[in-house]
Write a new protein. Structure first.
Lengths: 157, 157
DNA sequence: GCCATGTAGATGATGTGTCATCTACTGCAC
DNA sequence: GTGCAGTAGATGACACATCATCTACATGGC
């Protein structure tokens, strides 16, 4: 990093617009979920993973890989969800270190109740405002950046 | 919301890619700032606002408008930054309710030190991976969604 | 068997964001 | 001037994220 580079005019504009959009959209989605169904976005994502598998149960490390979360974040999140009765723990016979996380009936009801409102909000706030081409472009762009993040692992700074 | 709508295949893919990209990019930027200069993204944004004005001081409500943050978030953030010596409070003569937030010398040094590394990271992780057209498309998209968020104020569910 | 190393997961401290609520001052109607 | 709505900002409680660290079990080399 010899000669420090800087964002040019257009990059600045794009970056600020993106950051603001991102922050406000997330806030709105979170709020809608919270007030509509007492779930957070984090709860929602965990429950989605669990309902995606037939038995409704996963090892925490599988959840982690699916969500791309930090291990400790997941652990704390699961503790909270357990206390609120959304998931339950089960011992794991094959591996004495681990456990299973199982969605409870209450958790199932919660996400079933929350899903339509959440989907509608995502559509209304986001997709209804974009053309098909824009959606395609966004997916393409996101995928590119994700690859980039994977390949640029720990060179930071 | 009679017949519940749902995201179609392509929307699902785009949405998941976007969410993941967004989360991981933010995490990386935060970490780079934190380890590189002991500033959070939030600190950084506040300091940017303050250095954008010549006197380096603003009323909290001006900061709030500039950042589009919740009032209480800003208030807590300023308290923390004050304790770490990045900003300082000044009484406001014209309005007895309010105050000024002033960037300290320490705050100025912190952001001056942090800026090049942060800009470089944003360029490397994000803009270097995109074409000009993609950047333009992103800005356009973000602006559209922002407008949408503004006009869809409180109809939520 | 014994030990080293790796993996699964929990935990406490700390920083951050949101909500609800509170105080204090302003500004206007009367 | 009194009363009252509005605005500026702080605060406590709580959910959330990250970091560092810890425990316990697994696995492979010897």
């Amino acid at each position: 990093m010899n000669s420090p580079r800087w964002l040019d005019e257009e990059q600045q504009r794009a970056w600020r617009a993106y950051l603001r959009m991102q922050g406000r959209l997330t806030a709105r989605l979170n709020r809608q979920l919270q007030t509509g169904s007492a779930l957070s976005l984090a709860d929602y994502e965990v429950l989605v993973q669990l309902t995606d598998v037939e038995e409704g149960r996963l090892r925490p490390f599988e959840l982690q890989r699916g969500l791309h979360w930090e291990q400790s974040r997941l652990s704390h999140q699961l503790t909270r969800m357990r206390h609120r009765g959304l998931v339950r723990r089960e011992e794991c016979a094959e591996d004495g270190r681990g456990a299973f996380v199982v969605i409870t009936e209450e958790g199932r009801q919660a996400i079933t109740a929350a899903a339509p409102g959440h989907a509608e909000t995502v559509l209304r706030l986001f997709f209804d405002g974009l053309t098909r081409e824009q959606v395609t472009a966004l997916e393409q762009l996101s995928t590119q950046i994700l690859d980039r993040l994977d390949t640029t692992e720990e060179t930071t700074k």
